[in-house]
Each structure stands twice: as C-alpha cells, then as structure tokens.
Ligand binder design. Structure first.
Ligand code: FAD
Ligand code: NAP
Length: 385
C-alpha cells in the first residue's frame, strides 16, 4: 500500500511559490476543448506527495480582466489601498485577491442600491427579487458586464468589500514523484466561454493556461493529501475509469506501478470526444499497453460516431471479465472525473454488472457495490469533482 504524504511547512495557509516549467495543449487541431499538460517545479521546497494527492493552486486574474474592470470603475490601478501589511496598489489587490470572472450577488445588490430611481433600477430590482433570475444573472456575468449595463460610481474602498475573495482550486496530480522528482504534473481542461459579447475564462484555468510566464517562482501551491484515493497493494489488480481530465491520477498510478515493478494487473478505461484530437497522453498510454504495464486498455470516443459511446458502455461490453477481476481476483475499482453525470452512470453500470454477472437482485447488487465493495472492503474509490 502507498505510504501517506508527509507533512510540509507549506500548506493552504502558507503556500509555496512554485515555477511553471511546461505548459502545452494535449488537445490537437479539430478539438472542441483545450486540455493542457502543465509541469509545476517544486524547486528546493522539499514538498513531498504520493499518487492520489491533489495540488491546491491559488489563481490570479488575467491582466485583461483587471484592466477592463479598472476602466469600468474609472479607477487608477496605482491607487494605494491600505492593507494590514501596508498600502498595496489596487491593481495588485484585484489581480491576486479577488475572483473577478464571476460577479458576486452582494455587488449586484450594492449596484441596485446606488442606482438612481428609474427604469434601470426597476429592471435590476426585478432580477434581484427573483431567486432563479438572480442565479441566472450572476452565472453568466462578471463585474465589468454589470457595470457596462448599470454604471454606478464606486471608490476602491466601496468596491472591494462587495467582491468575493479568491479561493484555491484543486487539481488531481498526474505524475508519480518517483518518475518526476520535484515536479507535479497536471491535466487541466481550460474553461472558456463567451457571454454578453465578451470572452471569458475560468479563473484558475485561464491563469494557468495563459497568465503565468514559464520559469518564474510565482504560483502559490500546496499539496492537498488524499484521505482515501490511495493506490492498491502492489499485487492487487487495479481497474481505472478516467474519461477526460479524469485520466490525471491514473497516469500517476501507472507511472508509480511501473517504477515500483508492482505485479498487479492494470485495466484502464479512457474516454473523450474524438480519437483524432482528444486522446490525452495517447503515446504514453499506448506504450504502456505495448510494454504490458496496461494489461487491458479500453477507449470510448463519444463523438466519433452517430450515437454516444461512453466508458460505461465499454465496461458493459467487458462485463464478464470485469466482474471476474472484482469478485474473484480482488481488484480495486477507481473512478475519476465528472461527478455530476459520468461517475453516477459508472456507479449504475457497476450495479448492472453485479446483477447480470453475479445473479444478484437489484437491491443486493446496489448493496454489494455501494456498501461491501466501497465501504467494507474499500476497493471502490472515487476522486470526482
Ligand atoms: C479534488 C478535485 C480534483 C480536480 N482535478 C481536476 C483536474 O485534474 N483537472 C481539471 O481540469 N480540473 C480538476 N478539478 C476542477 C478544478 O478544481 C476547477 O474547478 C476547474 O479547473 C475550474 O476552475 P476555474 O477557476 O478555471 O473555473 P471557475 O472560474 O471557478 O468556473 C467554474 C465553472 O463554472 C463554469 N462557468 C462559469 N460561468 C459559465 C458560463 N457563463 N457558461 C458556462 N460555464 C460557466 C465553468 O465551466 C467552470 O467549470 C478538480 C476539482 C477537485 C475538487
Ligand atoms: N459546460 C459544459 O457544457 C461542459 C462540457 C464539457 C466539459 N465541461 C467541463 O470541462 C471540464 C473538463 O471536462 P473533462 O475533459 O474532464 O471531461 P468532459 O469533456 O466533461 O468529458 C469527457 C468525456 O466524457 C463523456 N461523457 C459525458 N457525459 C458522460 C456520462 N454521463 N458518462 C460517461 N461519459 C460521459 C464526454 O462525452 P460528450 O461530451 O460527447 O457527451 C467526453 O467524451 C470539466 O470541469 C467539465 O465540467 C463543461
């Protein structure tokens, strides 16, 4: 069994300023997505981690987002703002201290209070007064969008308490520290969308993909040790289901098993939109299969044919063997990636397979997968988000 992560002087309250040394797209021409491979160098920090851990990253806003907001606020970025440590230029505070890509509800309410009586105040009041309309309104807008629609004068001291403070984002680590000493590799899907006539990006993914120069000690990071998503004993078979960015921890698990010479069999289910453009880490995974490290490797490219094919369809096609690995050979079953739909459907497919292959009633199959396998035997582990 993997050892756990030793404590470090660096943590969420005291992050380490790490260096980005590589940043390239794993998606190729024709992809609808931009999924990136990032290498974060841990320098002399002494930070240790094990496969299954995540990296916490404190994001910052892109200069363009800060400039656009300052322009709408009609404020000078050089304006000093008093902080406990002394005065800090407004631009620096906005860049590192606040979430600027999604407007806060308290800001919209603050704008409403400041609007003069009239049609605009009435219109915004109706939005704020309806829970659903208010949710929709803030989901697609940033501060700049709101100020364009409802210009109100605000000083820096008035604006800042109305904005939400920055919070770190977690990324499943995609590297084995034995294969890449002093490095953390990440697999990051860049969030991009266009609303109200302006291009927008996810806060952390926009920053990591486009806002951080290489080789500068600037990214505040810390290890978030996993409580439960540990590798299995070296001889145990391991089944990994990781579509999209869900592949990340399994690249780490496989690299670690290769270096350790672990004897357990490895079965990977990977899926994404199109084989030609979205087969993340194709070369490395195909090599792992050729070497025999990947005992079995099934892929599901959802948009290469008229009907959707997902990882759980591949599980079903291989139901007999999958059940044998789990029931007779003591395999550990791992799933990583989208929590809302994919992980639920994979869970349901496991239950279906337990019914069909194990001859269990629907209730007994659910009990076996969700209680016996997951809780009692701890052989069904999830890293979903
Ligand atoms: C344990 C854990 C592990 C994770 N591992 C990974 C990983 O390996 N790789 C990875 O890429 N992510 C991973 N994530 C997710 C990651 O933490 C971030 O949530 C993700 O990268 C988005 O962050 P962001 O700051 O760029 O987006 P934010 O700015 O926080 O945006 C949040 C979400 O809102 C959506 N959104 C906002 N406004 C709109 C709009 N108007 N239209 C459409 N969508 C909108 C975006 O699609 C986005 O998903 C993990 C999360 C957890 C909890
Ligand atoms: N806002 C959106 O509409 C949207 C869409 C995609 C991703 N995202 C976000 O982008 C980020 C990265 O996503 P990702 O690369 O990890 O994965 P992803 O793009 O969400 O999905 C990877 C693969 O999983 C498939 N999939 C979709 N629904 C599934 C289900 N119920 N069961 C099994 N597989 C399913 C996808 O197929 P299809 O896409 O062909 O159905 C695709 O082939 C995530 O944060 C995700 O939330 C947002």
């Amino acid at each position: 069994m993997s050892t756990s992560t030793p404590p470090s002087v660096y943590n969420r309250a005291n992050p380490y300023k790490a260096r980005l040394t590589e940043n390239y797209s794993l998606s190729s021409a024709g992809s609808n997505k931009d999924t990136r491979h990032l290498v974060v160098h841990l320098g002399e920090s002494g930070i240790k981690y094990v496969p299954g851990d995540s990296l916490g990253v404190f994001p910052r806003n892109l200069p363009k987002a800060v400039d656009e907001l300052l322009a709408q606020l009609k404020l000078d970025g050089a304006t000093p703002v008093d902080q406990p440590t002394g005065p800090v230029p407004l631009r620096d505070l906005l860049t590192t201290g606040y979430i600027l890509n999604r407007v806060s509800k308290k800001f919209v309410k603050g704008v409403l209070e400041r609007l003069p009586e009239g049609g605009k105040k009435k219109a915004l009041g109706e939005i704020v007064g309806s829970e659903e309309a208010f949710e929709d309104y803030v989901f697609t807008r940033d501060y700049t969008d709101v100020l364009i629609e409802y210009p109100v004068p605000l000083t820096a001291a008035e604006f800042l308490p109305l904005a939400n403070k920055v919070a770190p984002r977690l990324y499943s680590i995609a590297s084995s520290p034995k294969a890449h000493p002093n490095e953390v590799h990440l697999t990051v899907a860049v969030v991009k969308y266009h609303t109200h006539g302006r291009e927008k990006m996810g806060l952390a993914t926009g920053y990591l993909a486009h806002g951080q120069e290489l080789n500068k000690d600037e990214i505040p990071v810390y290890i978030q040790p996993t409580k439960h998503f540990h590798m299995p004993p070296p001889d145990a078979p391991m089944i990994m289901v990781g579509p999209g960015t869900g592949i990340a921890p399994f690249r780490a698990f496989l690299e670690e098993r290769e270096i350790d010479g672990a004897k357990g069999k490895n079965w990977l289910f990977f899926g994404d939109q199109k084989k030609a453009s979205d087969f993340l880490y194709e070369k490395q995974l195909v090599e792992m299969q050729a070497k025999g490290l990947l005992t079995k490797f099934d892929t599901a490219f959802s948009r290469d044919q008229a009907e959707k094919i997902y990882v759980q369809n591949r599980m079903h096609e291989n139901a007999g063997e999958l059940w044998k690995w789990i029931k007779d050979e003591g395999a550990y079953f791992y799933v990583c990636g989208d929590a809302k739909r994919m992980a639920k459907d994979v869970n349901q497919m496991l239950i279906t397979i337990a019914q069909e292959q194990g001859g269990l009633t629907p209730e007994a199959a659910k009990e076996y997968i969700e209680v016996t396998l997951a809780k009692t035997e701890k052989r069904y582990l999830k890293d979903v988000y």
